[in-house]
Write a protein that binds this ligand. Structure first.
Ligand code: FAD
Length: 538
C-alpha cells in the first residue's frame, strides 16, 4: 500500500492520523510516524530535490512511503537535504562579487546539483573598487581586475545574457535570448548600475561618462590619458571624489559640482564633508558646492564642450563624468510579485526575499548591493549596504541558507564597513553614519587628516569613521556591536586635539521625497487584502 501525504494541505502532521488509523500512528513526539517504514525515503522523481528545505512547499511536500518500517521526520528531512544537494537546481542571477562568492560557498557546502550563473556582462566576475582608483590612474588595465577565485566552481556560466523575467509559479528565469532556466532555489544578485545623465539627448554626447563597469573604466581611463583641458565631475560622493583625486594626481584641471553642502555628505554628514571639501581644495580641485549642472552642450561633432551651472555660470569642459549614484537592477523582477523596486529587494536577515505582501518566500534569496534587509543594530530598519564586504558576506550567508534547514540557517548581520582612498587619505568606516545625528572627533588631529570620529544617536554609538587612522576601527566596531554609550569612552591615548564635544553630524534630511510607490493595497476584507504591483510610468 502507498500513502501520499501532502504537507502543503496538511496543516499539522497529526491530521493524517484519524484519516488512516490503520497505517498511521502518533508515537507521542510531535511528529508523524509511518507504519510500516520503508528502508529509505522514496520520493517521486523531480520533487525530492526540494522537500523540507526552504522553498519546497509548492510541490515537494508529497512524500511517497512504502509500508513496512518507521522513519523519524528528522531522518526524512536529512534524506531530502542530501537529495537536494545532489539533484537540486540553483540559479544565480548576477555574475559579480555577491554571485561568485555565493557560488563558491554552495560548492564548499556540498551542493553538487546543477548550478547556473547568469550575468549580462560578458566578462568573468571582476572587482569594481580598483576601477575608480588604480585603473583610472593607468596602473592596472580595466580587464585585469578579475576577482580571485577562492575555489573552482563547476557551473553553467551564462555570461553576456540578461535575465528579463521571473516566473515564480513555474519557477523559471526568462532570459533575453528566449531561454528559460528552471530552478528550485534562486539567488538574486543583480546589484546596481550607474544613474545616467538625466537628459537622454545630452547623454549621447561624446566625452560624457558614467562609471560602474570595467568597460566604463577603460573608456574613461583613455579619455583622461588623452590629457583633456578640463574634467567636470558631477556629484561628490565616494566615487566622484575618488575620480577627482585621480584627476589631480594625473595633473588634470578638474571641477567638481556638488548639489549638497560638501563632498561625502550623504554618507558621512556635513562635519566630515567640510574636512573632505578642504582636502579637495588643498589638492587643487575647483569645488563648487550647492551647485547643480543644468545642461550640457556639445560642439558640431557631438563632443561635450560646455556645462551650464545653476548659478548662471558656464564652464568649458572636455570630459564630464556623471557620478550621480546608482539605480538598482530590479526591472527584470517587475510583475514577479516580490518586494522589489526603487529601494532594492527586501529580505529577512537570512537573505530570504519578501513577496509584495511582505510574506517571506522560501526559495528566493538575495545578496549584495541590491539586497535590503533589517538590521538588529539599527532598530531593525531595512538597510541597503552598497559595500564590498556586504556583497561577499551576504552572498556567503545566502548560499549557506539556501542549502540548510531552519535551525542551521544564519543571519546576515554584518557590521557595515567600507573604505575609500582619495587625496592621499585612507578613509575607513564602520556602522551606519546616517543613522546617527551627532558626531564627535575622538582621536588624532583633523588638521593633520589623521583622526577618528564616532557617530551617535540617542546616547548610543552607531558608527565611526577614520581618516588615516584605520587601526582604531576595530575598537569602535566593538563598541557599536555592543551599542555602547555615546560619546564613547576615550580609548586611552592619542586623544583628539579638541574638546571631544558632540556636535550635530549634519546629514541631509532623510524625509525629502525621492520615489513613487509602485505597490498599492487592494481588497476590502482584511482577510483577503493584498498588495498589488503597479508598473511605474517611466
Ligand atoms: P554588482 O557588482 O553590481 O554586480 C551585479 C551584476 O549583475 C553585474 O554584473 C550586472 O551587470 C549584473 N546584472 C544586472 N542585471 C542583470 C540581469 N537582469 N541579468 C543578468 N545580470 C544582471 N565598495 C567598497 O566597500 N569600497 C570601495 O572602495 C568601493 N569602490 C567602488 C568603486 C566603483 C567604481 C564601484 C562601481 C563600486 C565600488 N564599491 C566599493 C562597491 C562594490 O564594488 C559593490 O558593493 C559590489 O560590486 C557589489 O557587488 P554585487 O555583486 O552585489 O553587485
Amino acid at each position: 500500500m502507498r500513502i501520499v501525504v501532502d504537507l502543503n494541505r496538511c496543516q499539522g502532521y497529526a491530521q493524517c492520523v484519524p484519516l488512516a488509523p490503520d497505517v498511521l500512528k502518533l508515537s507521542g513526539e510531535e511528529a508523524l510516524m509511518y507504519d510500516p517504514t520503508p528502508p529509505r525515503l522514496v520520493a517521486p522523481a523531480g520533487i525530492a530535490s526540494c522537500g523540507f528545505l526552504p522553498g519546497a512547499s509548492d510541490h515537494c511536500g508529497r512524500v511517497r512511503q512504502e509500508r513496512g518500517e518507521s522513519v523519524k521526520t528528522s531522518a526524512l528531512v536529512a534524506d531530502l537535504i542530501t537529495e537536494f544537494k545532489t539533484n537540486g537546481r540553483i540559479v544565480i542571477v548576477g555574475a559579480s562579487l555577491a554571485g561568485l562568492r555565493a557560488a563558491e560557498t554552495l560548492r564548499d557546502e556540498g551542493f553538487n546539483g546543477s548550478l547556473t550563473i547568469i550575468g549580462d556582462e560578458k566578462q568573468e566576475p571582476y572587482d569594481r573598487p580598483p576601477l575608480s582608483k588604480q585603473v583610472l590612474k593607468g596602473w592596472v588595465r580595466a580587464d585585469h581586475t578579475l576577482l580571485p577565485r577562492l575555489r573552482t566552481v563547476d557551473a553553467d556560466w551564462r555570461l553576456g545574457v540578461a535575465a528579463t523575467g521571473l516566473d515564480r509559479t513555474n519557477k523559471v528565469v526568462r532570459l533575453a535570448n528566449g531561454d528559460q532556466v528552471p530552478f528550485d532555489r534562486l539567488l538574486i544578485a543583480t546589484g546596481t548600475r550607474a544613474r545616467p545623465w538625466f537628459n537622454p539627448k545630452e547623454a549621447e554626447l561624446e566625452g560624457l561618462f558614467t562609471l560602474r563597469t570595467a568597460d566604463d573604466a577603460a573608456k574613461l581611463q583613455a579619455a583622461l590619458a588623452a590629457k583633456p583641458g578640463r574634467v567636470l565631475i558631477i556629484g561628490a560622493g565616494f566615487i566622484g571624489s575618488e575620480m577627482a583625486s585621480v584627476c589631480r594626481e594625473l595633473g588634470l584641471n578638474v571641477t567638481v559640482a556638488e548639489r549638497g553642502g560638501g563632498p561625502l555628505v550623504g554618507a558621512l554628514g556635513g562635519v566630515i564633508g567640510d574636512i573632505a571639501a578642504e582636502m579637495q581644495r588643498d589638492a587643487g580641485v575647483d569645488l563648487r558646492l550647492g551647485i547643480s549642472v543644468q545642461s550640457l552642450e556639445g560642439d558640431a561633432k557631438g563632443h561635450v564642450r560646455r556645462a551650464k551651472l545653476s548659478d548662471g555660470t558656464t564652464l568649458d569642459v572636455d570630459v564630464v563624468v556623471a557620478s550621480l549614484g546608482s539605480i538598482r537592477n530590479t526591472e527584470w523582477l517587475d510583475g514577479a510579485g516580490l518586494a522589489a523596486g526603487f529601494w532594492g529587494v527586501a529580505c529577512d536577515a537570512g537573505c530570504r526575499v519578501f513577496d509584495v505582501n511582505g510574506v517571506v518566500t522560501d526559495s528566493i534569496f538575495v545578496a549584495g548591493d541590491i539586497a535590503r534587509a533589517p538590521h538588529v543594530l539599527y532598530d531593525y530598519q531595512f538597510l541597503v549596504l552598497e559595500h564590498w564586504d556586504n556583497a561577499v558576506f551576504g552572498g556567503q550567508v545566502a548560499a549557506h541558507n539556501m542549502v540548510s534547514l531552519e535551525p542551521d540557517r544564519r543571519p546576515h548581520l554584518p557590521l557595515p564597513a567600507f573604505w575609500s582612498g582619495q587625496f592621499g587619505v585612507n578613509i575607513k568606516g564602520v556602522g551606519v553614519g546616517p543613522f546617527g545625528d551627532e558626531i564627535v572627533i575622538t582621536q588624532g588631529s583633523v588638521k593633520d587628516r589623521r583622526f577618528a570620529a564616532a557617530y551617535g544617536r540617542r546616547g548610543r554609538i552607531v558608527a565611526a569613521v577614520t581618516f588615516n587612522h584605520g587601526k582604531w576601527l576595530e575598537y569602535y566596531g566593538r563598541l557599536i556591536e555592543r551599542s555602547a554609550p555615546f560619546p564613547p569612552p576615550p580609548p586611552g591615548y592619542d586623544l583628539a586635539d579638541g574638546d571631544m564635544k558632540p556636535m550635530p553630524a549634519r546629514f541631509p534630511d532623510p524625509r525629502a521625497p525621492t520615489a513613487f510607490p509602485d505597490v498599492v493595497l487592494t481588497g476590502h476584507d482584511p482577510t483577503e487584502r493584498g498588495a498589488e504591483y503597479q508598473p511605474k510610468k517611466r
